[in-house]
Design a protein around this ligand. Structure first.
Ligand code: UD1
Length: 439
């Protein structure tokens, strides 16, 4: 992983432009054991990074930022906007005082979903924004109509032109109701509402995810006045200006959940450290139902599977505090070789089942049915050549491969790089037999 284009390591763009591809070879059947430190949350880091645009003065220091390619892309976007960014380890210093531009380059912006946040942040800071329609994971249709409707309700003029979202206007106060508790729309509109003159914005039916609370806490550290983070209604009293701040991002509950599942999947014993166990309540409950022993020790969680084959269970992915949709593919990969039949439903992303065809190649008995999958657990999965289509679908394939008989080859590794910091290194450290080659 590069350090944001420091001239020594290649940037993600250089990496992606190469005609070669990294492929994983995972030898299944290894029992994983040990302790693993969890990185900062991707889904909190990205909007927090973007929110630094709102500070007109000073240098912000973010701690606990995961070393993933999405952050690298954001570094490049910020440099394009005239900001100063330096990234060392998990610390990023950002100075947006020198902003010279409100246009985000198409090639960069469309690489990640979180680029949407740039739109509201630039509008709030400069009164103008031009941002490419966002990219990100291919997990079905990903509309941004709530974002646009909310900004329009705040008085912005917003239209689409040549693949870009273009906006202008000084944001006014508004009372916004979200048709669904969208994480992105909640964060985006909250961020945009922080700057102004005596305006009070309310957002009803908002998302309550830990990442929303973390962004609200960061904005508050910058001087914003936000009430109700973590509840269904947010109230934001705009202030004239925000300042830089030093802030540590929350640990990644999705990375932690992935490792806890790896313990269950490999008859192993893994402790994830530096986490907030409360964020994983639904995941822990499901793992216990499946026969995994889970113990909590302060900011660490240990999962162990001494019973061999896991038990089937039904899972419904929904908004927090429900079971996270981002771990839906991973738990399906575990259930694919569990004892019995399971139904896994996703109420957030109704089409998030691109990984199913890959698991079929490995001998899984899975059928997509409406917004869910019916899984008939098989005694063993077998190695095959498979391809990751998105971050979490990729993680699901790695989990399946860790238990499968033989050596699974996994293509599409750049998806995993977008969201997991050092996943393969961490798994190897825990005893996994994984090799990487370039084809
Ligand atoms: C974020 C996460 C993603 C996670 C998702 C749900 C980031 C970068 N990504 O995505 O990993 O899976 O939350 O926890 O943080 N919707 C609309 N119109 C909109 C916005 C959303 O209809 O304008 C719908 C979506 O189609 C989806 C649901 O609302 O069915 C939830 O989406 P949302 O919470 O907004 O997800 P993201 O913020 O894109």
């Amino acid at each position: 992983m590069g350090n944001g284009g420091d001239g020594v390591t290649p940037t993600v763009l250089e990496e992606m432009a190469r005609p070669t591809e990294r492929v994983l070879s995972v030898q299944g059947g290894r029992r994983l054991h040990g302790e693993v430190g969890i990185s900062g949350s991707k889904n909190a880091s990205l909007p927090i990074f973007v929110a630094t645009l709102l500070a007109e003065q000073g240098q912000t220091r973010l701690l606990g930022v995961p070393q993933i390619s999405d952050v690298e892309v954001l570094c490049d976007i910020f440099r394009g906007l005239g900001a100063k960014v330096s990234w060392r380890g998990d610390v990023i210093d950002i100075d947006t005082t020198t902003l010279t531009n409100h246009n985000v380059e198409q090639e960069l912006g469309q690489k990640l979903r979180a680029s949407t946040y740039l739109f509201g942040a630039l509008l709030a800071r400069t009164g103008q924004a031009k941002v490419p329609y966002p990219g990100g994971d291919r997990i079905g249709s990903r509309p941004i109509d709530f974002h646009i409707a909310g900004l329009r309700a705040m008085g912005a003029e917003v239209y689409t032109e040549g693949g870009f979202l273009v906006g202008s206007g000084r944001l006014q106060e508004a009372s916004i109701y979200l048709e669904r508790p969208s994480v992105g729309a909640t964060i985006h509109l909250m961020m945009a509402a922080t700057l102004g003159r005596d305006t009070v914005t309310t957002i009803a039916n908002c998302a309550m995810e830990p990442e929303v609370i973390d962004v609200a806490r960061f904005l508050s550290a910058m001087g914003a006045k936000i009430y109700g983070a973590g509840t269904k209604t947010l109230k934001i009293m705009a202030v004239k200006r925000l300042h830089a701040a030093t802030y540590e991002v929350i640990p990644d509950r999705l990375e932690a959940g992935t490792f806890l599942m790896a313990a269950g999947q490999t008859n192993g014993r893994i402790a994830v450290s530096g986490v907030i166990p409360e964020h994983l309540t639904a995941v822990i409950a499901k793992l216990r139902q499946m026969g995994v022993t889970v113990d909590i020790f302060g900011d660490a969680i240990e999962a162990r599977n001494e019973g061999g084959m896991l038990r089937a269970t039904d899972v419904m992915a929904e908004e927090y505090p429900g079971f996270p949709t981002d771990l839906q593919p991973c738990i399906a990969a575990l259930l694919a070789s569990a004892r019995g039949d399971s139904l896994v439903t996703d109420l957030v992303w109704a089409d998030r089942f691109q990984y199913v065809d890959e698991l079929l190649r490995m001998g899984g008995q899975i059928k997509v049915a409406g917004s869910g999958v019916r899984i008939q657990g098989v005694p063993r999965l077998t190695a095959a050549e498979v391809c990751a289509n998105d971050i979490r679908g990729g993680a699901a394939l790695v989990l399946a491969a860790l238990r499968a008989e033989g050596t699974t080859r996994i293509y599409g590794m750049h998806h995993l790089d977008r969201g997991y910091a050092g996943l393969i290194e961490k798994l190897v450290e825990l005893g996994a037999d994984i090799e990487e080659d370039v084809v």
